[in-house]
Design a binder for this molecule. Structure first.
Ligand code: IPE
Ligand code: IPE
Ligand code: MG
Length: 254
């Protein structure tokens, strides 16, 4: 697994994150409920995934409107390969279509796109298109959009441990110096601030292997809505809920 970013890290302390009342700097979303959305309409699951792609567009626009700097979208987990072959093919096809129709627009909107996860599992063509989209949008600074594809938090952490062990065995790292900050540099998110707010739609209250390390002090919001129905109003409500939270990071609040 390659690291996301070779550039210097920000190495943010958790308490450098936005305080209550502020706009979250980094919002991450577990976009769940496409299948149920389709089932309720007696449509095939792929119709739900297609409608989910429209919700992605709305959400990117809402993040820009609200001045959110980082948006991470969980689009496909490392466990989603376990789904029936037909559904995986539908999702892969939609990904390819999305790349071909949306990247130019993202670039026009000055959005920088990055991928976390094991992109190579989607095959050489999609791997190349993803890397080209990253290269094209590299200089953009309006919104940092991270899409998690074939991503799993545990495998990300295990890969980081493996890379550190290899570096230590080769004498490039002194094991005594390994701490949270240096460990974080081996993750995909090396130069990315931790998510402040994680939204999961569809009424499921679990993390499903998403950003396990990075979510240590994230605030969680669970809108009772299926992902294809998610819109700017739901995004705003999640930001409002975040603004009401009291982030303590283990310290006392009085
Ligand atoms: C989320 O919707 C999309 C992916 C996980 C790829 P689901 O496909 O999980 O929809 P539900 O949870 O079955 O309703
Ligand atoms: C999590 O949703 C992954 C994505 C949204 C991409 P799942 O639908 O795969 O998660 P589980 O299976 O309900 O935990
Ligand atoms: Mg689901």
């Amino acid at each position: 697994m390659s690291r996301l970013a070779p550039e210097p890290v920000l190495a943010e302390a958790p308490n450098a994150s936005p305080a209550a009342g502020a706009v979250p700097r980094h919002v991450a979303i577990i976009m769940d409920g496409n299948g149920r959305w389709a089932a309720r309409r007696h449509l095939p699951r792929v119709a739900g995934h297609r409608a989910g792609a429209k919700a992605v567009r709305r959400t990117i626009a809402a993040a820009i409107d609200h001045g959110v700097a980082w948006l991470t979208l969980f689009a496909f987990s490392s466990e989603n390969w376990r789904r029936p072959e037909g559904e995986v093919a539908d999702l892969t096809g939609l990904l390819r279509q999305y790349l071909r129709t949306e990247v130019a627009e993202l670039h026009r909107e000055r959005v920088r796109l990055r991928i976390i996860g094991d992109r190579s599992r989607f095959g050489p063509e999609i791997t190349r298109e993803l890397s080209e989209a990253e290269a094209l949008t590299r200089g953009n600074d309006r919104l940092q959009l991270i899409v998690a594809l074939s991503y799993g938090g545990r495998s990300e952490i295990a890969a980081a441990a493996r890379a550190i062990a290899e570096a230590a065995a080769a004498g490039r790292i002194d094991p005594a110096t390994i701490d949270e900050t240096s460990f974080g540099r081996f993750l995909f998110t090396a130069d990315v601030p931790d998510p402040d707010l994680i939204i999961r739609t569809s009424g499921e209250y679990r993390v499903s292997n998403f950003l396990l390390w990075q979510s240590a002090y994230a605030e969680f919001v669970f809108p009772e809505i299926l992902w294809p129905d998610f819109n700017a109003k739901h995004f705003e409500e999640a930001l409002a809920e975040f603004a009401r939270r009291d982030r303590r990071y283990g310290a006392r609040s009085d």
